[in-house]
Design a protein around this ligand. Structure first.
Ligand SMILES: N[C@@H](Cc1ccccc1)C(=O)O
Ligand SMILES: CCCCCC(=O)O
Ligand SMILES: [Zn+2]
Ligand SMILES: [Zn+2]
Length: 379
């Protein structure tokens, strides 16, 4: 009997590490996708997410907000779709690495003997993406039903300011149609020029460093991150560019802060100018008052899991700023305890047990939020 070559299906799958929790295996597979700036492989991420949507039996919507920049959304319809929905947001892109400073290939997702998984994105924020997915997978497998519709949203370009991602998307009718009532996004949980202008910024930095503040999120941080210019060792440059990364708490008056920058430039002398590469002026805050039903539900559910919450203004920016700017509440949260904060740092890693615990946290949080009874915002 002739074997018809078309019937010989070669079944080659990426062999899962034997005995490894399937969620960890999925996490490591996602970490290996090189969605790293300056040229993130977003197509690989979309193929991966398409497969997940298939597996979860959820419809997947894709909106190309800009050429080559797609926002994708998996939707788990609630029993009362008229109510406002819950958004579980995550970004698919990651920041570049200085590979020479890493113990392992930053995209191999090596797991060491302690179960620490090393890769760019382990903390920021591919862990959260897979934790959302696995929590929903389990809830659906248990036959659970939630009142409120849940949208899992995957956005590009968060790490370069979100301009071709969330910032554009929140203005589109497709965003309005999501009918969002409350959003979860990344955060962190911890159980624990010329010379003159450079001097002005760095002197300010020193002053801020010595303010007695509760958390980093309460101070304006200043980091000199780029210096450009000059053409030769022995030529005085016609111009120099110095870039500062300023993270300003929503409690600071931005108009006054900009006046201060103008003053520093004037003091520095002729020809010293400034411009903003990114400037986000909205300072909407999300209520974390116990009288707020979303916060109340979020915080009591965390407490029920013996998690002590330390509320803080996050010292970085996330895409949630665009969601808050359109008047919606958004809490930044990543279940990543007992873990050194290595976002954007060398040797970013996450322990597989901490990762797995995070799925259980969402298995409790997601239904709690998706079953918040009808609110004034729902009418
Ligand atoms: N999460 C990124 C978002 C961002 C990118 C670029 C500029 C500003 C903010 C960060 O905090 O660094
Ligand atoms: C966990 C949040 C990290 C800061 C936002 C970002 O760099 O993506
Ligand atoms: Zn980041
Ligand atoms: Zn992030």
């Amino acid at each position: 009997m002739e074997i018809d070559c078309t019937s010989l299906v070669l079944n080659v799958t990426s062999q899962a590490t034997s005995g490894e929790d399937p969620s960890v295996n999925l996490f490591r597979e996602y970490l290996r996708l090189r969605t790293v700036h300056p040229e993130p492989d977003y197509d690989a991420a979309l193929r991966f997410l398409d497969r997940i949507a298939e597996e979860l039996g959820l419809p997947m919507k894709k909106i190309e907000v800009c050429p080559g920049r797609v926002v994708s959304i998996m939707t788990w319809q609630g029993t009362n779709p008229a109510l406002k929905s819950i958004l579980l947001n995550s970004h698919t892109d990651v920041v570049p690495v200085y590979q020479e400073h890493w113990k392992y290939d930053a995209f191999a997702a090596v797991k060491d003997a302690e179960g620490n998984i090393f890769a760019r994105g382990t903390q920021d924020m591919k862990c959260v993406t897979i934790q959302y997915i696995q929590a929903i997978r389990r809830l659906k497998a248990e036959g659970r039903k939630c009142m409120r519709t849940i949208h899992l949203m995957f956005v590009p370009d968060e790490e370069v300011g979100g301009h071709k991602g969330m910032e554009t998307f929140v203005k589109l009718p497709e965003f309005q149609k999501l009918n969002i009532g409350f959003a979860l996004d990344e955060g962190k949980l911890t159980k624990n020029l010329t010379r003159s202008i450079i001097n002005s910024f760095l002197d300010f930095r020193e002053k801020e460093k010595h303010r007695s503040c509760f958390t980093l999120g309460d101070v304006t941080t200043v980091n000199m991150t780029m210096v450009k210019g000059g053409v030769a060792y022995n030529v005085i440059p016609a111009e120099m560019d110095v870039s500062f990364d300023l993270r300003i708490p929503p409690t600071v008056n931005l108009q006054e802060f900009e006046e201060q920058i103008k003053k520093w430039c004037k003091e520095a002398g002729e020809g010293i100018t400034y411009e903003f590469a990114q400037k986000h002026m909205n300072q909407n805050l999300t209520s974390t008052d116990d009288s707020d039903p979303w916060w109340k539900t979020f915080s009591t559910t965390c407490k029920a899991m013996n998690m002590t919450l330390e509320k803080e203004i996050f010292p970085a920016a996330t895409d949630s700023r665009f969601i808050r700017a359109v008047g919606l509440p958004a809490i930044g949260f990543s279940p990543m305890n007992r873990t050194p904060i290595l976002l954007h740092d060398h040797n970013e890693y996450l322990n597989e047990q901490v990762f797995l615990k995070g799925i259980q946290v969402y298995e409790n949080l997601v239904p709690a939020l998706a079953n918040v009874p009808a609110l004034p915002c729902d009418t």
